[in-house]
Ligand binder design. Structure first.
Ligand code: ZN
Length: 384
C-alpha cells in the first residue's frame, strides 16, 4: 500500500471535527476531486484507528468542500469570460442626471442650467441621455419645462434623448417633443406603485404595454423600467419571482429593453446575479437588459461590476452621483457616472466617456445645487 499523502495522515489523526481547517486545507492541496483510490486509502487508515464514523463525516465534508470549491472556480471562470468579452467593447451608460438626478434634488434648475448640463454631458461623450420626464408638471415641478428643454437640446448625430413617460398622455407629449426613446416605469411593489403613480402594478403594466405599442408605432425606441425590483420602502423584500413575472409581461409587450431598477438603493451583488439569471432564463437573450442602481448604501459600484460580470452592458449613471432618494432623506443619489467610468476604464472596458472632460461637471452641479455632490472621483482625482 502506498504511503498516504500528508494531508490524509493529518486527517487520519484528527481527533475532533475541525472541519473548517481541514476543509480549507483540502481545497488548497487538492485542486481536483479526490480519487476513489485516495478515499479507500483514507478508509483503511481510519479503520486502523477505529474511527470510521469520523472518517465518514470527514469524507462527506471533503466531498462537499471540494465540490463547492470547484463550483466556485467554475463560476469564477464564467465571470472572467464575461469580463473578457466586455473588454474591447463599450459598455453603454445612460446618463440620467438631467432627469432622475435633478428630479430628486430640492433645488430646481433653470431650463438654461439644464441645457448647460446636457451640453457638458454630450461634450464628454454621453450618447444616451435621459433628458426629461413627461410626468404631470404639478406632480413633478422640477420637470415642468420638459418641452422647453427638448426644444433646445444640442441635436448631434449619435446622441439619443429619452423621456420618462408614465402614461399615454405623457407619450403624446414625448412624441410631440421629438424624443428618440421613451422609458416607461412599472413599480414591482403595489404599495410603491400606488404612492408613486397611483396605479397598481398590474394597471401600470397595462399602461406600459399601451405606451410601448404607441411609441413603436412612431418608431421610437422603448424601455420598460421595473422600479423597486430590489426592495420596497413600504413592503420590504421583493420576491425574485415577482420581478421575473413582470419581466415576462414586459417582454410580451414587444419592448426593446428591460431595465431593472434598485429605486431605493438596497440591492447587493448576489441579488444582481440572481435577478439577471432568472430574468434571462424567463425572457431569453433577445431582450436587452439594463440596470439602474442607486448608491444609497454604497453598494452601487459593486452591483454594476457584478451585473457586468453577468454580461449586462447597459447601465444608468448620473454625473456627480446627484439624485438623492425621496424615501431616504440623507441618501446619495444614482450611481455616479464619474466613479463608474473610472472603474470600468481601469478594468479595460470602454464607455465612450472622456473622464477629464466629464470631471468639471461635478463642480458645475455642486455650484448649481448648492451642495457637494456624492461622486468620489471628482474629489480624489483621476489615476494614473
Ligand atoms: Zn432612480
Amino acid at each position: 500500500m502506498r504511503d498516504l499523502p500528508p494531508l490524509a495522515q493529518h486527517i487520519a489523526h484528527a481527533r475532533r471535527l475541525d472541519l473548517d481547517d481541514v476543509g480549507a486545507q483540502v481545497a488548497e492541496d487538492l485542486p481536483a476531486e479526490r480519487t476513489g483510490d485516495d478515499l479507500s486509502q483514507l478508509e483503511d487508515a481510519h479503520a486502523r484507528q477505529g474511527s470510521l464514523r469520523h472518517l465518514n463525516l470527514h469524507r462527506n465534508a471533503f466531498r462537499d468542500r471540494t465540490m463547492l470549491h470547484s463550483m466556485v472556480r467554475r463560476q469564477a471562470d464564467l465571470v472572467r469570460d464575461a469580463e473578457a468579452v466586455a473588454r474591447g467593447m463599450d459598455v453603454t451608460l445612460v446618463e440620467v442626471s438631467p432627469r432622475d438626478g435633478l428630479q430628486n434634488e430640492s433645488v430646481i434648475l433653470s431650463t438654461d442650467a439644464k441645457l448647460d448640463l446636457i451640453a457638458r454631458l454630450v461634450a464628454a461623450g454621453a450618447r444616451r441621455i435621459e433628458a426629461v420626464s413627461f410626468a404631470h408638471p404639478q406632480r413633478v415641478p422640477a420637470m415642468a419645462d420638459a418641452e422647453a428643454v427638448m426644444n433646445r437640446l444640442p441635436r448631434s448625430d449619435g446622441v439619443s434623448y429619452s423621456g420618462l413617460v408614465l402614461n399615454r398622455r405623457g407619450l403624446d407629449r414625448a412624441v410631440a417633443s421629438g424624443v428618440d426613446e421613451v422609458n416607461v416605469v412599472v413599480c414591482v411593489s403595489d404599495t410603491f406603485g400606488h404612492r408613486n403613480q397611483n396605479l397598481s402594478t398590474q394597471d401600470a403594466m397595462r399602461v406600459a404595454a399601451d405606451v410601448v405599442e404607441g411609441a413603436r408605432a412612431h418608431g421610437i425606441a422603448t424601455t420598460v423600467t421595473l422600479a423597486t425590483a430590489f426592495g420596497c420602502p413600504f413592503e420590504g423584500e421583493v420576491a425574485v419571482e415577482r420581478v421575473v413575472e413582470l419581466a415576462r409581461e414586459s417582454a410580451a409587450s414587444g419592448v426593446d429593453e428591460l431595465c431593472l431598477a434598485d429605486t431605493i438603493g438596497v440591492g447587493v451583488p448576489t441579488q444582481v446575479r440572481a435577478l439577471t439569471s432568472e430574468v434571462r432564463a424567463a425572457v431569453g437573450d433577445g431582450l436587452a437588459l439594463r440596470f439602474h442602481f442607486h448608491n444609497t448604501r454604497n453598494t452601487g459600484i459593486a452591483n454594476v461590476v457584478t451585473a457586468l460580470q453577468e454580461g449586462v452592458m447597459v447601465f444608468d449613471t448620473s454625473a456627480g452621483g446627484i439624485g438623492g432618494c425621496p424615501f431616504a432623506p440623507a441618501a446619495t443619489g444614482n450611481v455616479p457616472t464619474d466613479d463608474v467610468v473610472y472603474t470600468l476604464e481601469r478594468m479595460g472596458i470602454g464607455t465612450g466617456i472622456d473622464l477629464p472632460a466629464l470631471l468639471p461637471t461635478a463642480g458645475f452641479l455642486a455650484e448649481q445645487l448648492g451642495h457637494e455632490v456624492p461622486a468620489m472621483l471628482p474629489k480624489a482625482g483621476i489615476f494614473p
